[in-house]
Design a protein around this ligand. Structure first.
Ligand code: ZN
Length: 65
């Protein structure tokens, strides 16, 4: 009985076992790949930037020590 820990990705909001932890947030491997591949000026990049901005507006204050 192996329980694979999964965390909620801050971008796609899905529970994924694979990804990276950035500070207190979890970014799944798929979204990490999107971030790495996205290029400034593209629609996908703008969407990612918006999602991250939304996230920091919600959680930013909690990250202040
Ligand atoms: Zn994700």
């Amino acid at each position: 009985m192996d329980v694979i820990p999964a965390f909620e990705c801050f971008l796609c909001e899905e529970l994924r076992p694979e990804g990276v932890r950035i500070g207190r947030v979890w970014c799944c491997a798929a979204c990490e790949d999107r971030i790495v591949r996205s290029q400034a000026g593209t629609a996908d990049y703008e969407e990612l930037v918006r999602a991250m901005r939304r996230f920091w507006q919600v959680y930013g204050q909690q990250c202040v020590p």
